[in-house]
Design a protein around this ligand. Structure first.
Ligand code: F6R
Length: 338
């Protein structure tokens, strides 16, 4: 069963480039979207369905002139209203936080677009006439990363927010196709360093912050380990003091710096110093840089590597990467409290 789950999840990760290409082929479907007037952008969703929003924010925030945020909660931020372009994303379409936030978005007259593979969100979008992008169903939501990310980027492209969108997605799909086999070996070596250790992920820019979040979630859900993620330069103003403590953790931790060539030069200097300080405080210290030209490709290369590492770590630890029993149990227990 564990082997079967490993092979299935590995196949899903290897399939990310195909997901990107398949969604790109559906680019004409975003033409159904009216050209909205908006002043800010909000992505609503939980877990695997929130990741696309994180990726879009990380890729676009340097270029886009309006504020963008991801809402992982039942309630919307106070500023969301008729000037908000709001993407309600839930792979299953049945996640209660996303449905509640979507309901609030309707009441506040946000410009709503829904992305889902089915469930109540799909039914409601159809009934109310909200633009809906339907993605293929039958996957664990976290394995649908390509399906859930590309439509957001294409729609933002359609709104004039991301002009190079199609070229960048094409580049990412091509790059990931080239990287996936050689990176399987790399991911095995990285996973062996993480085995039996607490992973600390350090993002070095807003771009790699989304990669760190994805690594953390995939290590949680696939490898069934707890892990920590934070971002520099903020780390240098608080967490740096606590590094290596409590001391019993020292031989039981691994630090992974997720970096990008567009990291601010002063932050790069900070990374250099922080790594040298970290050397005696962690069992392993590793620096990984995204590959590719465009921001999307650079980010997705780190995302795919993290996904591979999480699956390999599951195999090394003898756990099945597929089931997420505690999430399921929690959702069931919450449902019985309605
Ligand atoms: C499971 C997973 C979870 C879900 C989350 C929200 O594979 O990744 O994090 O994404 O529980 O569910 P959906 O995505 O169906 O709205």
């Amino acid at each position: 069963m564990v082997t079967e789950g490993y092979e299935t999840m590995l196949r899903y990760v290897m399939d990310i480039p195909r997901q990107l290409g398949q969604m790109l082929d559906r680019h004409h479907e975003v033409d159904i979207l009216p050209r909205y007037r908006f002043r800010n952008i909000l992505f609503v969703g939980m877990g695997g369905s929130a990741m696309g929003g994180d990726i879009a924010v990380s890729v676009l925030q340097r270029d886009v002139s309006c504020p963008m945020a991801v809402c992982r909660d039942y309630r919307l931020p106070g500023w969301a209203g008729p000037d908000t372009m709001l993407f309600a994303v839930s792979y299953s379409g049945n996640t209660e936080e996303a449905l509640a936030a979507y309901g609030e978005a309707i009441r506040r007259r946000c410009r709503i677009v829904c992305i889902s593979s089915g469930g109540q969100l799909t039914d409601s979008a159809r009934r109310r006439g909200h633009p809906l992008f339907t993605v293929p169903d039958g996957l664990p939501p976290r394995a649908a990363i390509g399906y859930l990310t590309v439509p957001l980027l294409l729609m933002l492209g359609r709104q004039g927010v991301y002009p190079k969108v199609e070229t960048e997605i094409e580049e990412a799909a091509q790059l990931l196709r080239e990287l996936r086999d050689p990176w399987l070996g790399k991911s095995r070596r990285l996973a062996s360093r993480l085995r039996g250790r607490l992973p600390f992920l350090y993002a070095t820019s807003s771009l790699t912050a989304a990669a760190a979040t994805r690594w953390r979630c995939q290590l949680n859900e696939n490898s069934k380990v707890v892990c920590h993620a934070s971002i520099l330069p903020e780390h240098n103003h608080n967490e740096i003091v606590g590094m290596g403590s409590p001391s019993f953790l020292r031989r039981k931790t691994a630090a992974i710096f997720l970096t990008d060539r567009d990291t601010h030069e002063r932050t790069s200097a900070r990374v250099h110093i922080t790594r040298s300080l970290a050397r005696d405080l962690f069992e392993h210290v590793v620096l990984l840089e995204g590959r590719g030209r465009g921001r999307f490709a650079r980010l997705m290369s780190l995302v795919m590597l993290g996904d591979l590492v999480s699956v390999e770590l599951a195999r090394l630890q003898g756990v099945d990467p597929l089931p997420v029993q505690r999430i399921d149990e929690l959702k069931n227990r919450m449902a019985s409290r309605r």
